[in-house]
Design a protein around this ligand. Structure first.
Ligand code: ADP
Ligand code: ZN
Ligand code: ZN
Length: 793
């Protein structure tokens, strides 16, 4: 008997191995096989009686993973589709989608072992870390982790502290922590019904808490569905008192009700575009749609995708609170920020059906979910859904495919849908659900005003450090009234350039064709492309002039200026630099929510999804640069970002105001923004795209090449373009000139790209398939890759 196995290898073929029939191999099983001189884990795709490979060349399977139930045919099809569509080998898609623990056969036996994990109890929360010696840093870290994470597994604890087991035993005896034993490999079907009127013992948590009574088993009956909402008065404002175990449900607005029932009544594959203005309560729609489904089908699973899970703690909290009556461990997250062990466990919970709700980032779209019944994609327009390396897939597009494959509803939510999705809805392929009003009765959309910087200058009202007079006054007024403001600019660091007035020298990266960014607090010049860093020089390295000065403005500089022009204001900066440490983003955001901040300055990080309740003013700096980009999607992205960030203002009661500083106050994009007119913007931009033959009216693919020199990269692309002429399907494909990337050199590697496009997706796909083997035969570059549906041109 033979198995045909997919391996994580660029060749798009399956590899044959001999297998003992007694081992009953099945498609979807993982096997450990010899490959060259190594052993690797592969995925069984077929089981056959014959092999084309010569008898003496077929090697034998070493080991089959019995700890992991086989991946379903549907999942194999999903991986197969992604591989084919994105021009990759099946194994290159399937294996990286699995948790690391499954890809290492030496760890398979441990998978079956029950998982021990520790949870901090209230008594421990009160006692720790004060009970620990000040210098016991490792112990303190252990206590810290326990306090921050929901639980800590025994191996993770050991990794933090070599004697963790003994310490935790001590804490267990003191009643500070509880020990739980989870049987991760328990088969599907044992998943506990949500209705907790049924005894809460059938679930996978086997228990052994030393201090009983503290480990909370949900006691309230599940109050998920809309019916329970009736008794709750609207005046609660939708916020449930934290003390109640079963959350109060807000009364849905008419628009929300219509959306929920459309989703609920859907039959089979049903793609929805939930277009809801910021603050219209899209989350509530997902919650109700899920509740309705999970209430009626006690084994159904839901997948909810968000662009960046670390930035949406409120989102996760809302799901955990609403579905608190679900079995422990029935809501899991999947994202790259998880520790490896936790990610494996969560993946397993999804794969075995224990997890009823999977909340995750783009990688979760490839999770194994045997009972998947609904998918929600929040902020579906977000570019973060596109993987930018390796398999360059769009999680949103794969979500649609998956829903179609399974015949289930998929909800794409956004205040500013991608033009691709908007166009699908225009054509009637997606059903549009509109939430035009904010959910909270007294929260109107903010007024948007444009501050004409040229006009300010002509009137002799100079800006101070890039902050215009009207913006400064508005900020001061908010501070006086005790309201919060948000200042948005999409550039981190202190200044994007450091230059010498005397000779024109600008600090550049030695490895990239890019300027380095000045980071003042860190006293460093840093390359944002490769991470190269150096100290700020005292004088110009070219002419010795000591008067070298920063050019332009980043968040650090604006933070500094704000402290100067709005004296006494508590200014907080949130960007990739200030949140580098794990968990620090959450801490900073809590400060904002707690009202400990007057002015928040930040990059798009602050624009995404946060429900800031006291922000009444948003200032936008430096948005103009994106208006004239060579990338045709730049204006779509800018519009979405500005709508998002504007949406942070005036969410609860306080009237919101948005001030945009610009040199182009008459630009159509700003006009649409001022009128909150996504529809007008989308329709106008789509019309332009149609005239210009741009996506979504054509389909594109990008061939990128990286060489030691630019010439090498361009020569490769030229040969590639010539090869295209031999492909019949390429007759319907337009080939553009090979061009260097905007930042042509990164890490001493030179990069160029070749764009091809077609009005026919099938022609483009056929061309790419025929092209691949030709490209493999070409030489002269370090690397090349194909990206289908590229987002960055
Ligand atoms: P969006 O994701 O559309 O920007 P959110 O889901 O963040 O909006 O909702 C905005 C706020 O409105 C949240 O505080 C939410 O709790 C509240 N909310 C949602 N639906 C209702 C409702 N029907 N009644 C009252 N408040 C609601
Ligand atoms: Zn100089
Ligand atoms: Zn660099």
């Amino acid at each position: 008997m033979f198995v045909r196995v997919a391996l994580d290898h660029p060749l798009p073929t399956l590899f044959d191995y001999r297998c003992d029939p007694e081992a009953t191999p099945q498609p979807g099983m993982l096997v450990n096989v010899p490959f060259g001189k190594r052993m690797v884990v592969g995925l069984v795709c077929e089981v056959t009686a014959h092999s084309e490979v010569a008898e003496d060349r077929v090697r034998a399977v070493d080991n089959i993973c019995i700890a992991c139930p086989p991946l379903s045919t549907a999942w194999l099809e999903l991986a197969g589709f992604a591989a084919e569509y994105y021009q990759r080998g099946l194994g290159e898609v399937a294996l990286p989608a699995l948790p690391q623990a499954l890809r290492d056969a030496t760890r398979w036996t441990r998978l079956l072992a029950p998982q021990e994990r520790y949870r901090l109890l209230p008594a421990g929360r009160a006692a720790l870390p004060d009970a620990l010696p000040v210098r016991a840093t490792a112990l303190r870290r252990l206590a810290d982790e326990l306090a921050n994470a929901e639980f800590l597994t025994a191996p993770d604890a050991r990794a933090l502290h070599p004697k963790a087991a003994a310490t935790l035993d001590g804490w267990l005896a003191k009643g500070w922590v509880a020990l739980e034993v989870i049987d991760a490999a328990a088969p599907i079907g044992l998943a506990q019904p949500i209705d907790t009127a049924a005894p809460a013992t059938a679930g996978p948590v086997a228990v052994s808490a030393s201090s009983e009574g503290e480990m909370v088993a949900p006691t309230e009956s599940a109050a998920f569905s809309a019916d329970h909402a009736r008794s709750v008065s609207r005046t609660s404002g939708g916020r449930s008192p934290d003390t109640l175990a079963a959350p109060l449900l807000p009364i849905l607005t008419d628009e929300q009700t219509a959306a929920v029932s459309a989703i609920h009544n859907a039959n089979g594959f049903a793609p929805f575009l939930l277009h809801g203005v910021t603050g219209s309560g899209k989350t509530e729609v997902y919650l109700r749609a899920l509740a309705a489904l999970l209430d009626t089908d006690l084994t159904a699973q839901a997948l909810v995708l968000v662009p960046e899970i670390n930035l949406t703690p409120q989102f996760e909290a809302a799901f955990r609170a609403r579905f608190a009556a679900l079995d422990d461990g029935a809501i899991v997250t999947l994202h790259s920020g998880l520790a490896e062990g936790e990610r494996a466990r969560n993946w397993f919970a999804a794969h075995t059906g224990h997890a009823r709700i999977v909340l995750g980032t783009r990688l979760a779209v490839l999770a194994s979910l045997p009972r998947l019944a609904i998918i929600c994609v929040d902020e579906e327009h977000d570019p973060a859904y596109k993987q930018q390396e390796g398999l360059r897939y769009s999680a949103r597009d794969l979500a649609i495919w998956r829903a179609k494959q399974l015949g289930i509803p998929v909800v794409l939510g956004s205040a500013t849908p991608s033009l691709e999705s908007w166009w699908q809805a225009d054509q009637g392929r997606y059903q549009r659900l509109t939430l035009a009003r904010r959910a909270i009765a007294d929260a109107a959309l903010p007024t948007v005003k444009l501050i004409d910087l040229e006009d300010e200058r002509r009137r002799g009202r100079a800006s101070v450090d890039g902050l215009s007079g009207p913006l400064i006054s508005a900020l001061k007024a908010r501070v006086e009234r005790g309201e919060q403001s948000l200042v948005f600019l999409n550039r981190r660091g202190y200044a994007p350039q450091l230059s010498c007035d005397a000779c024109g020298w600008v600090a550049g990266c030695p490895r990239c064709s890019a300027y380095v960014v000045l980071h003042k607090p860190e006293r460093a010049l840093r390359c944002h492309h490769c991470g190269w860093e150096t100290r700020i020089p005292r004088a110009c390295p070219d002419c010795g002039n000591v008067d070298i000065a920063p050019l332009g403005r980043g968040t650090q500089r604006v933070e500094e200026s704000l402290a100067k022009v709005v004296p006494g204001a508590r200014v907080l900066r949130i960007d990739a630099d200030s949140t580098r440490r794990k968990g620090s983003a959450q801490a900073l955001f809590s400060d904002v929510h707690a009202g400990e901040v007057d002015i928040l300055v930040g990059t798009q990080m602050v624009a995404k999804g946060h429900d800031f309740r006291r922000v009444s003013l948003v200032g936008v700096l430096n948005a103009d640069t994106a208006l004239f980009s060579h990338d045709f999607r730049a204006s779509e992205r800018l519009f979405a970002q500005l709508m998002q960030v504007s949406g942070r203002a005036g969410r609860a009661g306080l009237p919101g105001e948005v001030l945009v500083q610009t040199r182009y106050p008459r630009h159509a994009l700003y006009h649409a923004l001022a009128r909150h007119d996504y529809v007008g913007f989308a329709n106008a931009t789509l019309a332009e795209r149609r005239d210009a033959h741009l996506p979504p009216f054509v389909y594109q693919a990008m061939l990128r090449a990286e060489g030691r020199t630019l010439d090498a990269a361009l020569a490769f692309l030229l040969q590639a373009a010539t090869a295209l002429r031999e492909i019949p399907a390429a007759e319907r494909v337009t080939v553009y000139d090979a061009v260097p990337l905007t930042i042509v050199k990164v890490m001493n590697v030179h990069r160029a790209q070749l764009l091809i496009e077609s009005a026919s997706r099938a022609a483009l796909q056929a061309t790419l398939r025929a092209w691949q083997p030709m490209l493999r035969a070409l030489k002269g570059v370090l690397r090349w890759s194909i990206e289908v549906d590229p987002l960055d041109i």
